[in-house]
Each structure stands twice: as C-alpha cells, then as structure tokens.
Design a protein around this ligand. Structure first.
Ligand code: C2E
Ligand code: MG
Ligand code: MG
Ligand code: MG
Length: 292
C-alpha cells in the first residue's frame, strides 16, 4: 500500500519534472537567441541616502522584453542561464552595459553616481571575473569606484578561500562590493569579518513586514547593527511604504531602495531622476508625494 503511494508520487513528479525540464530547454534556446539578437535591456533603480533623500547610486537590473509586451523575470531566466551554460555572455553584456552607461552619465554631468551590477554566483566563481570587470572599466574609461558589484551570500560562501582572493582582486581594481539578499543565504560571521566588502543589502523579505512583525524588525535591527560594527554600509531592499522608511531611518539604516521611491526605469528615465534631485524622506505624518 505504501509502495503504491510511493509509485503514484513518483509518476506525478516525473510528469511534472518532465514539463519543467522541457520548459527550461525551450527557455534555454530562447536565451541563446536573445543573446545573439541583443534582446536584453538594462533598467536602473535608484538607491537613496536615508538621511538626505539624495540619490546615491543605482542598481542595474536586466530586462528581457517579449513580443507580447510582457517581460520574463531575471529571477527565472538567470538561474536557467546558469544551468544551461549561458550566464557568461549575459553577465559580460550586463557589465559592459553598466560601464557604457557610467561613461554616458559622465558626459551628462553625473560623474559621481555609481551603478551596481549583479554578478551571479557562477559568474563570480569564474577565474577571470575580476579581469572581465577591469576590462569593461578600461574600455569605457570610467573610474572603477563608480562600479559596484553585488554578490549573493551563496556566491561567496560556497568557497570562501577562493572568494576572498577574488574579492581582493576586485577591490584592488578600485570597485566596491555589496552582499545582496543578505540574511537569506548562509553566511559565516567569521568569513564576513574577513571578506573585503563594503555593503550589506538587507533582503526585501525582512523589510516587508518590518512595521508589524517583531521578528522581522529584530532581524533588520541585528543586520544594521552587524553592518555598522563591521564598518559596512547597510541598505534596505524592497522598500515600499512610508512606515518602512520611517522604521529604517529611525534605526540608522544608511540607504534605501525600493518601489516607494522608484522601480527600475530605463536609462533615460534614470537620468531624469538624477536631474530632478533628491527624494523627500518623510519619517512621520501622512505620505502624499515623495518628491520635494
Ligand atoms: P536583486 O539583485 O536582489 O534585485 C532586487 C529585485 O527586487 C529586483 O527584481 C527589483 O526589481 C525588485 N524590487 C525593487 N524594488 C522592489 C520593491 O519595492 N518591491 C518588490 N517586491 N520588489 C522590488 P528583478 O529586477 O526581477 O531581479 C531579480 C533578480 O535577478 C535580482 O535580485 C538579481 O539577483 C537578478 N538579476 C537582475 N539583473 C541581473 C543581471 O544583470 N545579472 C545577474 N547576474 N543577475 C541579475
Ligand atoms: Mg542586486
Ligand atoms: Mg537583493
Ligand atoms: Mg534577489
């Protein structure tokens, strides 16, 4: 009887897995065409200085527009690009795109606004990741300090010894390093202390219920405290409400990022945001317009 149940489950999972596998295969070859035909677009989301509302940088987020106007999420296609061996050209494109945009911003009078690029775990483990970053900065003739690299905990913790070396290489080039989605992976505090990093990004999942869930509030406070003890900058991701802003500002979070201020926008709209100046940080009272 138990055996028959097991058999039934086995069949169920096989059918489901087959469907998932063939979807992945289809997406894998669509990705191949997308790389070849230059279908990707880079969007940019502002990062806001909590104390002043000033835009202190942007994060580059890849977009893959579809014929029907929809867009396939990078959280879906980046893992498939990794599994199907197509992350290298996408990663190289992303880095090149950000470097070119930094160059363009310099010519537009915004030479001091850094842009962060996400580097996937697989890409980070490539021996030539630092060389790839350095080559992009050289080609675009931009200051390396304007390029920030966002890495996930899993990317750096899977092989800490190698990670430390790569992180030092990236730092030696003059770039800054942030740990993305902090708190969702597994981080050894001992390694965190030794890693040459600059910033922790508090994952959006902890920020969401910050005002109502005491556990989330405590976790966020712990991350802010940890960051500051380690002399790191701390930024909250996925900030959507005025209550979240008030909480984060009151508890010393350095920077804020999320749809409350702006979603990721086109490169031209990002420059438009820079031209408009700082956001208004409201820490109390009713929220009307987050623009000054
Ligand atoms: P991430 O680096 O943690 O990026 C933050 C994600 O949160 C982005 O999703 C962003 O659009 C979304 N987000 C921003 N503000 C809010 C908000 O207020 N509320 C909510 N609910 N979400 C918000 P997105 O653009 O779909 O990207 C998902 C993930 O895909 C990224 O997570 C990153 O890991 C990866 N990714 C994106 N672009 C690239 C890239 O160029 N290269 C690589 N390797 N990975 C990328
Ligand atoms: Mg990121
Ligand atoms: Mg994140
Ligand atoms: Mg993420």
């Amino acid at each position: 009887h138990a055996k028959r149940d097991g058999g039934a489950h086995y069949c169920f999972f096989t059918a489901q897995m087959q469907e998932v596998a063939s979807q992945r295969l289809a997406l894998g070859s669509a990705l191949h065409r997308a790389i070849r035909d230059g279908e990707f677009v880079m969007h940019y989301q502002p990062k806001v200085h909590a104390a002043s509302g000033a835009i202190i940088g942007f994060e580059a987020l890849i977009r893959w527009p579809q014929a029907d106007g929809a867009s396939i999420s990078p959280s879906l296609f980046i893992p498939i690009a990794e599994e199907t061996g197509r992350i290298d050209p996408i990663g190289a494109w992303a880095i090149g795109q950000v470097a070119a945009e930094l160059q363009r911003w310099t010519t537009l009078g915004f030479a001091d606004v850094p842009i962060a690029v996400n580097v996937s775990a697989l890409q980070f483990r490539r021996e030539d990741v630092a060389r790839c970053l350095g080559a992009a900065v050289d080609a675009a003739q931009i200051r390396p300090a304007m390029l920030e690299v966002e890495l996930t905990e899993s990317g750096v913790m899977s092989n800490p010894a190698q990670a430390i070396e790569t992180l030092h290489q990236i730092h030696a080039l003059g770039m800054t390093i942030a740990i993305d989605d902090f708190g969702t992976g597994y981080s050894s505090l001992a390694y965190l202390k030794r890693f040459p990093i600059d910033k922790l990004k508090i994952d959006a999942s902890f920020v969401r219920d910050i005002a109502t869930d005491p556990s989330d509030a405590a976790i966020v406070l712990a991350i802010i405290g940890l960051a500051h003890v380690l002399d790191l900058t701390v930024i909250a991701e996925g900030v959507e409400t005025q209550e979240q802003v008030a909480f984060l500002v009151a508890h010393g979070c350095d920077e804020l990022q999320g749809n409350y201020f702006s979603a990721a926008v086109s490169n031209d709209d990002a420059v438009g945001l820079l031209r408009r100046g700082p956001f208004c940080i409201e820490t109390s009272g009713e929220h009307h317009d987050n623009r000054t």
